[in-house]
Write a protein that binds this ligand. Structure first.
Ligand SMILES: [Zn+2]
Length: 372
């Protein structure tokens, strides 16, 4: 035992010495962290508009999870939110009908009762279509969807249905056989009629140059990677073509649900993250100079954000040259021109009036408020 005691003791001491080094390193590290990121209270905490709006925040999070395709996380989140709420017997129960319009999922997402079924169905079908498109180069589900929603898409002025069919035609043309492309064109193109006549004519004209597309007048119809001369026939689409098509599809799919193509929560958080240093600096300066933020609804500093985060929420009336406010919102006249409501009232004098920018006539009661 005595013989063993010494080696054990020295080993322990050695271990403790080693640990000392680690502990001092850790201490130094946490001190450095504290020095670098000073523990400062977040600004504007006392007038944070979101603390009283928990249901809206919950709704935004649930929406984000659903539209990103995290259905499991979303349903757990929604269950936990609902179980936390005092059981309100007044919240109506919605029968689970397959939704076709934006209104049906909005009912499910009333802030009082979070439910996800309708929206989840929509997004799971969206992700199925995207998966087929990206992973299997299979455009058929997307084309079927576009055909089913053809009238809504063309009402929006969308070219999605034609673009997808065009891609399918090009893919048949380049990777299978000319005959398959002809058969597909016969079956599909007549549906697009006169609206796309120029494009369909060019696509069919390319057939005449089949072996030498790259040197033909039609080479521009085929992106370099798609052209028959440069592509080994194994890959049907080049990745850029596919991701462009997938983005266009996502955007149209969300638009038919009255949703933006990017998650609003992600947009808001990213914009907030980018703007935060400026706001923090502003609050520190205000604290130091004991000034306060007096201008209502307007920041005293410029917050630089990239163009994709700029939403034109500011409208200046072209008649009065004044910026619109809640009390004086922009209104759109039947001709489509937009002016501030006060200008509209001034011009109309209560009766019919001519638009200041075109010969269109309108009445004050026909002018609708525009929400930017
Ligand atoms: Zn007009």
């Amino acid at each position: 035992m005595a013989k063993l005691q010494n080696p054990v003791k020295t080993s322990f001491e050695k271990v403790n010495d080693d640990l000392k080094e680690i502990h001092s390193g850790l201490n130094k590290y946490s001190k450095a962290l504290e020095k670098k990121f000073k523990d400062r209270p977040l600004p504007f905490a006392d007038n944070d508009a979101l603390t009283t709006q928990t249901p809206l925040v919950d709704r935004a999070i649930a929406m984000h999870l659903l539209r990103e395709g995290h259905f499991d996380v979303a349903s757990t989140f929604i269950n936990e939110v609902n179980s936390k709420q005092p059981s309100s017997s007044t919240s109506p129960t919605h029968p689970s009908v397959k939704p076709t319009t934006a209104a049906s999922w909005e009912a499910d997402f009333a802030p009082t009762a979070l439910k996800s079924t309708a929206l989840q169905q929509q997004f799971s079908s969206m992700y199925h279509i995207l998966h087929e498109m990206r992973n299997n180069s299979n455009l058929s589900p997307a084309i079927t969807w576009a055909q089913q929603n053809s009238s809504a898409l063309s009402a929006r002025g969308s070219n999605l249905e034609f673009d997808l069919c065009r891609l399918q035609y090009i893919s048949l043309f380049t990777s299978s056989s000319t005959l398959a492309a002809i058969a597909y064109a016969r079956q599909t193109f007549p549906r697009f009629g006169a609206r796309y006549a120029a494009q369909t004519n060019s696509l069919l004209g390319a057939l005449a140059f089949t072996p030498n597309i790259a040197t033909s007048p039609y080479s521009s119809l085929f992106t370099p990677n798609d052209s028959p001369t440069s592509t080994p026939t194994s890959a049907q689409f080049n990745p850029t073509t596919l991701s462009t098509a997938a983005a266009a599809f996502t955007s149209e799919f969300c638009a038919l649900l009255s949703l933006s193509s990017a998650s609003p929560l992600l947009t808001a958080i990213t914009a907030g993250y980018l703007a935060f240093p400026t706001l923090l600096k502003l609050s520190l300066i205000q604290e130091r100079h004991h000034t306060s933020w007096t201008t209502a609804q307007e920041l005293p500093v410029e917050v630089p954000l990239p163009p994709s985060y700029q939403f034109h929420s500011v409208f200046v009336c072209p008649v009065s040259k004044e910026q619109s406010t809640d009390a004086n919102p922009p209104v759109v006249m039947p001709c489509g021109h937009v002016i501030a409501r006060e200008s509209c009232e001034r011009i109309s004098k209560g009766g019919r009036f001519k638009c200041p920018y075109c010969p269109g006539e309108s009445h004050l009661r026909d002018a609708k408020v525009v929400y930017l």
